[in-house]
Design a protein around this ligand. Structure first.
Ligand code: TYD
Length: 215
């Protein structure tokens, strides 16, 4: 299918709790764009650059990270993001590519701001300092009830849960609610899809929305 505005780069971020099915939907959306002859770059946060993967290791996997305070966590996520934007995302957008990001600034707003209770203003300022002016054109929230998300997480975990995954149910409820509130406040940037539907149904809904809004 021919797409309008072929030369425009587009950034689409995917957000949601653990086990919401982001990665499946990212690869399906990438396939749609590739079929439409668009070049696609997929990235994940934290990570996506050599430096970012090292930071990811400190935040997510390092057992010493158990003592990490919320402020440090926010700054480390922001540091990884700043690198990813300048090294990968911005150049890809300038080259007219489609960038699909598994998490982006809204993860910090929700996990560090809302769930870890850091004040909203500094979180927003740090987020914007990290990304410069590279805002997503569209953000897809895959919404699943917290119980479903935790059940999927347990089934998936072949090894010990990582530091973020050891959080309690209340934390994940705040994450879910946080995304829904954000999305409601910015309907022009966000779409929310029901993550309990079949992968095929979710894929169809996302592609329809993307076509209507971006291409
Ligand atoms: P990851 O294994 O990538 O989880 P997922 O598959 O759910 O994306 O780990 C990323 C973890 O880091 C996840 O628990 C969400 C969290 N996170 C934040 O708390 N703040 C952020 O800014 C980002 C990007 C991620």
């Amino acid at each position: 299918m021919p797409l309008k505005q072929k030369s425009l780069g587009r950034l689409i971020s995917f957000e949601g709790s653990e086990g919401s099915g982001k990665s499946t939907q990212i690869s399906r959306l990438a396939a749609h764009f590739q079929k439409a002859k668009r070049e696609v770059v997929t990235v994940r946060e934290p990570g996506g650059t050599e430096l970012g993967e090292q930071i990811r290791n400190i935040i997510v996997h390092n057992s010493k990270g158990d003592e990490m305070c919320a402020e440090t966590e926010l700054l480390l996520f922001a540091a990884a993001r700043a690198q990813l934007v300048r090294e990968v995302i911005a150049p890809a957008l300038i080259a007219g590519k489609i960038v699909l990001s598994d998490r982006y600034l809204d993860s910090s707003t929700v996990y560090q701001g809302i769930a870890r209770n850091l004040a909203a203003d500094p979180v927003a300022q740090i987020n914007h300092f990290a990304i410069g002016n590279v805002m997503p054109n569209l953000t897809v929230v895959i919404d699943v009830p917290t119980e479903v998300s935790l059940k999927r997480l347990k089934q998936r975990a072949s090894d010990l849960p990582d530091r973020m995954e050891r959080e309690n149910v209340d934390f994940y409820k705040k994450v879910r609610e946080g995304y829904l509130v954000l999305a409601k406040g910015m309907p022009e940037r966000f779409i929310v899809v029901d993550g309990t539907k079949s992968a095929d149904a979710i894929e169809k809904k996302i592609w329809a929305e993307v076509k209507a809004r971006l291409v």
